[in-house]
Every structure is written in structure tokens, then in C-alpha cells.
Design a protein around this ligand. Structure first.
Ligand code: ADP
Ligand code: MG
Length: 277
């Protein structure tokens, strides 16, 4: 059985916490669970790359889009030499690896699903490369919306989809929509929806949460992430996931425990799903 599992981190709306959740879950899998994890930034906003401290070079950018080009342009003229492949994967000093994004080159890749099998499979083909085979988990940070640039290609390629939704005082959330849209259009399994920025002060949110759990409990991660913006920003400023930021400069970071729980639950869910196949 294939060892590496690929997870598409998606959402219908922007700003719900895809990047923050992905980075912190990945960090917890590395630190707490000793897993080998690669995170791939496929969002032209480059937030994941920035939050990891990536500074783009002025020339010869080596990011996921240059890598995809290599696949699309065909076997005849490979841009990326075998010996050069390692340069596309960047390393953090705490063990998390990443592939950064390049806004300019990412924007001009194939847009949507088309009649071209090659375009539709571009991410699936990239992920076949043996340089990904070393990892337990590859998380892909997608652009906002399920139909945006390259998101369908990622959903075709991934083993699991992990939708993120925001559950703040001011936001209604629609878990059913995202579940339906993904499961009707793609063969990918939903590993679980993460409820993020949860504030339970208001009765409206409390009622929404209990209704969602009653109806869609099996699709939801039990661990929900509270609304604590200062802690996310503090960790981003340090270019670290919360589990490590917690120990730096005596910063309080109570979110770290939630991401640790999310990582434990993530592994349980993967195990459950693999056993049910
Ligand atoms: N659990 C959280 N509590 C409070 N703010 C959060 C939380 N998760 C993310 N945010 C904030 O919400 C904003 C959007 O998060 P981000 O991860 O960039 O979303 P997306 O990748 O979906 O666009 C950022 O300012 C981030 O700091
Ligand atoms: Mg993002």
C-alpha cells in the first residue's frame, strides 16, 4: 500500500484559517508525533511560505509552480534535473519541510478542469515523483473556494480533503454545503472538517455548533480551534507553529494544546479510514 498520504486543505471562503490550521497541525505532527511532513503552498497569496519565513530569491525561484511546469512541458525538455530536485524542498530547523509558492508563476498555470487529461492530472502527476515518497503526510494549502485555480486538480490528486470552516460570532457556517460539494464532485475522502475560530459565548453559535454536530458529527473533527488571533499572529511573527512558539520567549500559547489534540485525532481518523478500505 502507498505510504504517503496527501491532504488537500480547502475552504469555500477566504480568511477562515486554512493556512493557520495546516501549518499548526503539520507542526504538531512533526513535534508531538514525530511524523515526516511536507507542506506545499499552492496559494498565490503565499501566506504559508511567508509564515514559514521564506524569502523569495530575486532570480531562479524554485517553487511548486516551476516544478509543475516541468511536468506540463513534457518529458522531452525537463526543466528540473534529477540532481536539482532537492532544492525545491525547503527545510525548517525543527523538521517540517515545505515547498513555497511563487505568485507570478503560479497564476499562469492551467486554470480549471478542461478536456486536457494532462492539465487535469498535473498535481497528481507531480505527486508521483519519488521525492514525495519519503513523507508520511503531504498537506497542500489551496486557494480559497473549491473551484478556484488548481483546487480541482488538487482534489483529484489528494487522498483526503480537509475543509476548514470559521465559526465566529459574526459568521454563519455551512458544513453541509462543503461536504456535499466535495463528495458529489470528487472521489476524495473527507478526513474531517475543522471548525476554526470558535467562540461559544453567543447562543446562536452554540446552537449552530450543536446542530452541526448532530447532523454531520461523523464528518467533523471533535477538536475545535478557539478564536485566539493574537496567538496565531505571535507564532507567525516567530515563523513557528504554536507548539514551538509556546516555548519561545516565555510566550503563552494556549492554542498549542488544541493543535496537539487535532494532530492526535487526525492520526486516529487516518487509521480508521485506512482500515475501512
Ligand atoms: N483560531 C484562530 N483564531 C483567531 N484568528 C485566527 C485563527 N486561525 C486563523 N486566524 C486568523 O484569521 C486570518 C485568516 O487566517 P488564514 O489562516 O490566513 O486563513 P486562510 O488561509 O483560510 O485565508 C489570519 O489573520 C489569522 O491570523
Ligand atoms: Mg491561506
Amino acid at each position: 500500500m502507498k505510504k504517503t498520504k496527501t491532504i488537500a486543505v480547502v475552504s469555500e471562503k477566504g480568511g477562515v484559517g486554512k493556512t493557520a490550521t495546516l501549518l499548526n497541525l503539520a507542526g504538531s505532527l512533526v513535534i508531538n508525533q514525530k511524523k515526516k511532513v511536507l507542506v506545499v503552498d499552492l496559494n498565490p497569496q503565499q501566506d504559508l511560505s511567508t509564515n514559514l519565513g521564506y524569502v523569495p530569491p530575486t532570480v531562479k525561484s524554485k517553487t511548486i509552480s516551476e516544478y509543475i511546469y516541468d511536468q506540463l512541458e513534457g518529458v522531452d525538455f525537463p526543466i528540473v534535473a534529477e540532481s536539482d530536485k532537492a532544492g525545491f524542498i525547503k527545510h525548517t530547523d525543527y523538521g517540517l519541510d515545505y515547498m513555497p509558492a511563487n505568485r507570478n508563476t503560479l497564476e499562469i498555470l492551467p486554470r480549471n478542469l478542461s478536456d486536457s487529461e494532462e492539465d487535469n492530472m498535473c498535481i497528481a502527476n507531480v505527486l508521483k515523483d519519488k521525492m514525495f515518497a519519503d513523507y508520511d503526510y503531504v498537506f497542500i494549502d489551496c486557494k480559497d473556494s473549491l473551484v478556484a485555480h488548481l483546487v480541482p486538480q488538487v482534489l483529484i490528486a489528494a487522498d483526503y480533503a480537509m475543509p476548514i470552516t470559521e465559526v465566529g460570532i459574526n459568521s454563519l457556517f455551512d458544513v453541509s454545503e462543503v461536504i456535499k460539494k466535495i463528495s458529489h464532485r470528487y472521489p476524495v475522502s473527507i478526513i474531517g472538517v475543522v471548525l476554526n475560530k470558535v467562540t461559544e459565548q453567543s447562543n446562536i453559535t452554540k446552537n449552530l455548533l450543536s446542530a452541526a454536530r448532530e447532523e454531520y458529527g461523523e464528518y467533523l473533527f471533535k477538536t475545535q480551534i478557539p478564536d485566539r488571533k493574537a496567538q496565531i499572529e505571535q507564532a507567525n511573527d516567530l515563523h513557528l507553529p504554536c507548539v514551538i512558539a509556546r516555548n519561545k520567549h516565555r510566550k503563552q500559547n494556549t492554542l498549542a494544546g488544541y493543535y496537539t489534540d487535532l494532530a492526535t485525532e487526525f492520526l486516529e481518523k487516518v487509521k480508521e479510514m485506512e482500515e475501512s478500505i
